[in-house]
Design a protein around this ligand. Structure first.
Ligand code: ADP
Length: 484
């Protein structure tokens, strides 16, 4: 079997969030299982210079984009046995400062950019010497890919078009465009209807995939249930309910080769569950680095996040505003995004310099240091398809304080559910009061050395490796090709 993954982000080449990590790790795990896997993704600005092993273009092509032909080429990297990355080189579309936007404004031609990516992926599938039997798309950017493949089969134009699997990493981002963008798909107008990509008078990329992919997955079992409800369905719950039999929740895994505490160049001190002195040393080092009082007896709370409404950052700021300065805690946030949220964290840091540090920006190495230093990790998401940071936190011995939603609910065990296996603290209501209550439970836990050690060890030894999860995708591919 040969599987082709298609995604607009791929770690370590491009990343704005968990999608990049998940696709890269899934590809590696499938290859590791002995299955041939290719990944197709854009060649964004800077990638070729940073990764000189990427071969120069050898395969040039033209794709119809509405009334004109647009040229591009593939550049390829043999990353590991069984694993090839294919970069779509189209400078007009992808050689830009951002992946999707600049200065918080989406590029006006995002529909064209990502239809081009979907078409390039299918061109690769069609003309590859060993054609993939499954094309697995990820998120709205490649939402029209299942539709294009389906059309190839149904129209007789490409009867052997591959079967498609589509994974929703975040239903809130759908790729909604004015109807005239449909012309760029070069599909018949009759194909634009309520059972494909039409949604409330607009072209909705994600809906196209939800209607026409052979199988759908999302990144946690809990989120798979949630998105079939009006509360979490973002207007697409009807389609998702209709396709309920084809929808599976498979929790993302963690790439423990990257997210490890024992051989990690990003960490000043190595540690593991038997050698926790290294964790204490990382805490002291980060406190010193960030100008916080170096004090082992104050619980340190971390948060590394896109600063968005989804992540409940406003709840964190509100809860902190009430708890400080009285509560003996330190809090470090690393994030970028909504300017209002950036400001509120910077204001807290200015008001409580001995307790709050706000680093505005994206810094992968600092993210590791914060995870390694933190006693707790705060993640009060309003919704969370899977979430990776809580799983990184578990391995790093930072006890997660999370809202019980999506993947957070699936990956963290609250003592009320199982005292023996408890790994974190959960709360339910989307209010800063509920978060504060959970936060105070964490402070109390920190004061109980034995219980804290118990939580920490449970988390550090929990296994969220990709190999296990990749097996579930392989079973699904098999089912799509050969039936249950
Ligand atoms: P999402 O994909 O919704 O943003 P996840 O928890 O699934 O959330 O994944 C976020 C990923 O992005 C994690 O690897 C996290 O460490 C990383 N990340 C987010 N913001 C930053 C930042 N400001 N600096 C460094 N890494 C970040």
């Amino acid at each position: 079997m040969h599987v082709l993954l298609a995604a607009s982000e791929l770690h370590p080449f491009s990343k704005t969030g968990g999608l990049a990590d998940a696709v890269a790790a899934l590809a590696q795990a499938i290859a590791h299982a002995g299955i041939r896997v290719s990944v197709v993704t854009p060649l964004y600005r800077g990638i070729a210079g940073k990764f000189p092993a990427i071969r120069p273009a050898t395969w040039r092509f033209d794709l119809p984009m509405g009334p004109k032909l647009v040229g591009g080429s593939f550049r390829c990297l043999e990353a590991a046995p069984n694993l090839t990355y294919w970069f779509v080189d189209q400078p007009d579309y992808f050689d830009r400062a951002g992946l999707y936007n600049e200065a918080n404004r989406d590029y006006p031609d995002n529909a064209a950019r990502f239809i081009f990516l979907s078409k390039a992926a299918l061109l690769l599938a069609r003309h590859h010497p060993e054609p993939p039997s499954i094309v697995h798309g990820h998120d709205w950017q490649v939402g029209l890919l299942p539709l294009l493949a389906y059309h190839g089969r149904a129209s007789g134009n490409w009867p052997s078009a591959p079967r498609t699997v589509f994974t929703i990493h975040n239903l809130a981002y759908q790729g909604s465009f004015a109807v005239d963008a449909w012309a760029l798909a070069n599909l018949p107008l009759g194909w634009f209807h309520m059972e494909s990509a039409a949604h409330h008078g607009r072209l909705n990329f994600l809906k196209g995939a939800l209607c026409l992919a052979d199988a759908l997955t999302t990144v946690s079992p809990r989120y798979a249930e949630e998105i079939c409800t009006p509360e979490y369905g973002c207007g697409l719950e009807g389609v998702l309910r209709r396709r309920g039999h084809d929808l599976t929740g498979i929790l993302n895994g963690v790439d423990y080769a990257e997210w490890n505490t024992t051989a990690n160049p990003a960490l000043p001190h190595a540690y593991d569950s038997f050698h926790l002195a290294g964790k204490a040393a990382n805490k002291a080092a980060l406190q010193a680095e960030l100008g916080l009082p170096v004090d082992a007896s104050v619980p340190l709370f971390g948060n590394i996040t896109r600063l968005t409404d989804q992540k409940g950052c406003d709840l964190v700021a509100e809860a902190l505003g009430r708890m400080l300065p009285a509560a003996r805690i330190q809090f470090v946030v690393l994030g970028t995004g909504d300017p209002v949220l950036e400001k509120s964290f910077l204001a807290l840091a200015a008001e409580f310099p001995d307790q709050v540090v706000a680093r505005i920006g994206f810094d992968a190495k600092l993210a590791h240091r914060i995870e390694a230093a933190s006693d707790f990790y705060v993640m009060p998401s309003r919704f969370e398809p899977c979430g990776l940071n809580q799983m990184y936190s578990l391995r790093y011995g930072a006890v997660p304080v999370v809202r019980a939603t999506g993947g957070l609910d699936d990956s963290v065990v609250d003592p009320r559910a199982d005292a023996d296996l408890a790994t974190g603290i959960k709360f339910t209501a989307i209010t800063s009061e509920a978060l504060e209550q959970a936060w105070r439970k964490a402070i109390a836990l920190f004061g109980d050395t034995v219980a804290m050690h118990h939580f920490r060890l449970n988390g550090m030894t929990a296994d969220f490796s990709w190999d296990r999860q990749a097996k579930r995708y392989l079973d699904l591919y098999h089912e799509v090709l050969h039936g249950p």
